[in-house]
Design a protein around this ligand. Sequence first.
Ligand SMILES: OC[C@@H]1[C@@H](O)[C@H](O)[C@@H](O)c2[nH]c(CCc3ccccc3)c[n+]21
Length: 460
Amino acid sequence: MTSEAAFPANFLWGAATSAYQIEGQPLADGAGPSIWHRFAHTPGRVANGDTGDLACDHYRRFEEDVALMADLGLGAYRFSVAWGRVLPEGRGSVNAKGLDFYRRLVDALLERGIAPMITLYHWDLPAALHDRGGWLNPDSPAWFADYAQVLFRALDDRVPLWVTINEPWVVTVPGYLDGELAPGHRDPFEAPRVAHHLLLAHAEAVAAYRSLGGRHRIGLAVNLEPQHPASPTPENQAAARRRDAFINRWFLDPLYLGRYPAELATIFGAAWPEFADADLARIRSTSDSVLGGSLGTGCATDFIGVNYYSRGLVRADPNTQPLGAIRISPENAPRTTMGWEVYPPGLTETLLWIKEHYGNPPTYITENGAAFDDPPPADGLVPDPERVDYLRAHLRAAHAALEQGADLRGYFVWSLFDNFEWAQGYSQRFGLIRVDPPNQARILKASARFYQNVIRANGV
Ligand SMILES: OC[C@@H]1[C@@H](O)[C@H](O)[C@@H](O)c2[nH]c(CCc3ccccc3)c[n+]21
């Protein structure tokens, strides 16, 4: 098959998941509960009262699931470690059985020639640490670095790619500002401090990785979406700029420029604290800190993980505080069942924005995918043409950025399986493979076959 868009020879093709969304049995073998176990079991927080108690039963079925990944020809698999399985109290003694699950998963992947990309934190903070203040506690960066070191020591020689934190913005805003996701706080004074501790946690984990002599690559995964004014009025343009700082630059400016976007102090007003210059120096990713070892001032992040789904169409709205901007859904545009506009050019724009603003760092698309109301299987395959179209269009958009010089190294579909979609429970299907919790059957979708062919052709 001649592909219209041929990718580089060593381009990495993967799929992504996260622990609480697929594993099930969150308390098995001595694991400690997470804030998501607590949140999902709190009435009213998750659609239909869904929880991750069973999810895709991956904790038990992982060997079968790795075989499916191999059938698809995945070159890599991105998954997260449930902190509470490894450290039930979040710190202190290691739970050997919990750590052993991840050792066996990594070995099963390597036996099939699939490179593991491990996300250390994908939102499931041990409840025991939350009870000590969680990400609000200034000790949280040290807690995270200690946990990271347990994984680095146990697995590093076999894990080529590490992501410290998945989407610090989502941990901060839905978690501490609008309260939609665990732990469900709504406090503008808490959010900036949580964000700061997450950046420090990333920096401390990277520093720990370097001091342990980590030979592979470690990065941060961020959700990014271009912000476009709904109409070119000065108010809407200013609103789009505010939302761009709030979503896209909040974490990347400190990481690559050593400072927070000035807009955030205006947006948060009195709730925005004074941050120590030494902290910002510690967070800043400077290659010379690798040369300087642990004496370096920066954290030497190796790559950016980009989670791209859509763009934001923005209108000024004084009633929507603290931003004074609201994201609108365009009436006549194609949208996914999450309500997100299908907008492939936004991926090209995002990758080129990173290149222009942050010095073209190595980049992986660590998440890209779409939820649709898939029809039931027909002849053992789920026909999901909308998802095939979404993936094809976004792969072409990624390729367009490559052709313009973006240092894009790989692409991970979100997600390998239909899984627990946080506050929306199992009502949203993102998978290449259909999974229904009641029967746990794995049924390939047409998009899985499409992606298998993309990988074989190394192009689309
Ligand atoms: O919503 C689909 C996926 C989640 O299942 C992943 O766990 C998470 O990493 C992830 N991030 C985004 C984009 C940011 C976002 C997250 C949650 C809610 C709204 C937007 C979409 N997704």
